[in-house]
Design a protein around this ligand. Sequence first.
Ligand code: SF4
Length: 694
Amino acid sequence: VIAIGAPEHSVVTTCAYCGVGCSFKAEMRGTTLVRMVPWKDGKANEGHSCVKGRFAFGYATHGDRITKPMIRASIKDPWREVSWEEAITHAASEFRRIQAQYGRDAIGGITSSRCTNEETYLVQKLVRAGFGTNNVDTCARVCHSPTGYGLKMTFGTSAGTQDFASVDEADVILVIGANPTDGHPVFGARMKKRLRQGARLIVADPRRIDLVRSPHVQASHHLQLKPGSNVAFINAMAHVIVSEGLVNEAFVRAQCDWAEFEAWARFIADDRHAPERLETVIGVPAAELRAAARLYATGGKAAIYYGLGVTEHSQGSTMVMGMANLAMATGNIGRPGVGVNPLRGQNNVQGSCDMGSFPHEFPGYRHVSDDSTRILFEHLWGTALSAEPGLRIPNMLDEAVNGRFKGLYIQGEDIAQSDPDVQHVTAGLAAMECVIIQDLFLNETAKYAHVFLPGSSFLEKDGTFTNAERRINRVRKVMPPLGGYSDWEVTILLAKAFGMPMSYNHPSEIMDEIAAATPSFAGVSFAKLDEIGSVQWPCNEAAPLGTPIMHVDHFVRGKGRFMLTEFVATDERTSRKFPLILTTGRILAHYNVGAQTRRTDNTAWHPEDLLEIHSFDAESRGLQDGDLVAIESRVGAIALRVKISDRMQPGVVYTTFHHPMTGANVITTDYSDWATNCPEYKVTAVQVRKTNGP
Ligand code: SF4
């Protein structure tokens, strides 16, 4: 129960929404949460907060919470409440039956970026050591997997380079495909403060986001790219820097592989990357591109901040490497005020990746085929482990449709709303014989589940989240789990029933195991976190108090590696039938699929997803504000109300994906990043027509 009244005591914990990772004092009256007060000693937020973390916590005790385990024989049957013991025993025996019938690799698991590091670690451990397969994946598959790939290839580690405080020293801020004031509001406010102090701003985004023009902030350049042209854009910027002699040769010679740089410089100097050759592809005049490149290269300390507008493309990984090339070529790495900084989405998406949620990597981003790492985990977990990378989420669904993948354990993830081409997702889920959902609510995915295990909110557990600046923050239990168990305890129950006992009395013991097996976490413990508040990995003997800025004297991989980033246009093209490009994003009031914020007063601000459309496209279709339109792509159709907006460019429309009834992912396609399968949410060819009903 959440009620108004004078607080009696407080518990410091971490917001469960975005990757900023704000610290809050949860003020309590008995076991009742009275209010969330931003904590002034929180290093990520320094006493600031946004409307989500401050006010939108009522979902935790919402009447929709499922607090009793449930099972059913088929997805056509009604749910039946059962004891924890019956639900867990049934789930484990179904998974054992499937493996006996179809083979070890016919099952898998999906970890949650909403859950703690410790919970994520346990799920991947259960899948690898208990199920005996590497079929484990995470929602980063659909957001920042290209970040993991691109930054590891170029710099040697799958994480952002800077702490948030670094922006206070930036002279030039390049924001690409991110909307920090809506998506990461507390960091967005910090960025705006620096801009008000005089830092110059370049925004590269198809939509005119708030940062472009807001009180006391005016971007020097808004490069209103055509969706799908990111790599052409970053190559044009690099071409200017190389061809106009703006490379920081001293930095490159000292820190990067010189031979690879020379090969890259020859590649990028080719005339096909010149702004004049690419301006119609990019949709920005060549002179504007040249001016922006010169500002980035010569304007002082230059920092790149980016979001899903970079990663969720067929060339998402290429674009991440293109940004890394730009930063290395200009020496904008390894000191305050510079860097390449992904604004990670969910509260613990960084942590879920760190903890080994990918099918090819153990905790700490070490490949499953690496013998020494695998032997280390075999000794630690007491069982033989597979050296073969497992299935990614889209491959699990493909295999399910093909009859070869039969069972999935999903902790805190709603793939039937969040993943692209929903029809394919639900076909895959419907083809499975046992889907186990562990969640707060009966979400869209639960419609295809056979076992429902009540999850626990961030208020009901101990553990840690890792934010976008690699900062490990403590999550502290504020109230008992409504279902009786925290998520980590549920995974332990499932593991035991599956025949793989795990013995942890507290999440601190799980972190101790993580630290023992993961060099970048070797110095992390709950005792240290409780003493100093938080710490940024790597935290080990060499850096006992953590690492705010990475790659200071040398890159993690040794020498920085320039990668050739050829632009390849997406196969998703406009046509006479589908003449507009749809792109998607978030707004301040809501978070992702809205499972939490839709169950708070934030829904009153934004009760439905809207389609933003430029006045030119609206007039040519006879549309006015509030009209209902059908939006059709080659994979599906939805209906939304129209909002005519000068934030858009002609030919591009935009919507959010917070409400399941309008389901933007019904129309997004199955195209994905070539390296990681991250879906191409940001480019969908559509037609928009006035309609009278869905
Ligand atoms: Fe929570 Fe992010 Fe808002 Fe901070 S900025 S309060 S972490 S949603």
